[in-house]
Design a protein around this ligand. Structure first.
Ligand code: PD2
Ligand code: ZN
Length: 283
């Protein structure tokens, strides 16, 4: 007879391990080392996770509104209505949460956004974790600029489309950032969330909380190279004009597997617009 009982505390711990990206075999090993018989531990693990997945929708949303931006992909549709535009779904991945879209912007919108950005481009910077300021860094050799939220009619139209696509309030987004990579330029692998343990982060986090998702929109198709890579899972997204790659991260931690980079551009140029989504209104 099985005398080992799955307490509510143990259930919660199992779910938390799974949500943090721990592999089931590692969770199992921890249970084994605290005295659980293997067969009993496996069935407890399976039952707990299944119960969690089967929980009523009301329980899933009991904590209020959705915690993360997420397109409406229930039933695996091949396209989704994003406000004023129908967008094609090319690829989805669960962990890391990645979705690749085709046709988010028209060719004309891509050209117009790049043209509006071009006069304001300067060498891209990265955040200095110690101070929260910015600096030029050899890991990021693109040129870039930020639009203010709703700065132009085109920005406002794209922002409304993104808000509809990702079911996330428009005001919880940073202004669009446009990047131009010349041949040879790259953005080495990094995470887009802010490390809350770093001293300079409180000022950054005060403006709308943590980043919770990223949408990189390709404004042209480079001749060669320039894919967006996810080294943790060996995924490379080809940059194609008007397409976009979305990824979300429910905590500022590498267990989200959202390490990503812009591979070197090998021929031609690469232009992207990046949209970062925050937890709260970005001020
Ligand atoms: O341009 C890209 O592919 C890229 C890759 C990684 C952009 C960003 N990160 C970013 O803007 O954060
Ligand atoms: Zn990034």
């Amino acid at each position: 007879m099985n005398l080992q009982v799955v307490t509510p505390e143990l259930s919660q711990w199992i779910v938390e391990q799974a949500q943090a990206g721990c592999r089931p075999e590692d969770v199992l090993a921890s249970m084994r080392s605290s005295g659980w018989a293997e067969a009993v531990a496996i069935s407890a693990l399976e039952r707990t996770l299944q119960q969690f997945l089967d929980r009523p929708a009301a329980a899933a949303s009991a904590n209020g509104p959705a915690r993360l931006p997420e397109p409406a992909l229930l039933g695996s549709p091949s396209c989704v209505q994003a406000g004023d535009r129908l967008v094609t779904v090319l690829l989805t991945m669960r962990h890391p949460r990645v979705v690749v879209f085709a046709g988010l912007l028209s060719d004309e919108e891509c050209d117009a956004l790049a043209a509006d950005a071009a006069p304001r481009l300067s060498r891209s910077e990265t955040v200095v974790v110690e101070t929260g300021g910015n600096e030029v860094n050899s890991s990021r050799t693109s040129q870039g600029m930020f639009f203010g939220l709703g700065e132009t009619a085109l920005c406002a139209r794209i922002e409304a489309r993104i808000a509809a696509l990702l079911n996330w309030p428009l005001v919880n987004g940073e202004g669009l950032q446009v990047l131009r990579y010349l041949s040879g330029a790259e953005y080495k692998p990094h995470h887009d969330y802010f490390d809350p343990a770093q001293p300079g982060m409180s000022a950054v986090l005060a403006r709308g909380g943590q980043r919770v998702a990223t949408l990189v929109i390709y404004l042209n198709t480079p001749e060669l190279g320039g894919g967006t890579v996810f080294p943790d899972v060996g995924l490379e997204v080809a940059p194609v004009k008007g397409n976009a790659v979305f990824f979300s991260y429910d905590r500022p931690h590498a267990s989200t597997r959202t390490l990503h980079g812009g591979a070197p551009v090998l021929a031609g140029e690469k232009w992207v617009a990046t949209k970062w989504l925050r937890e709260r209104e970005f001020i």
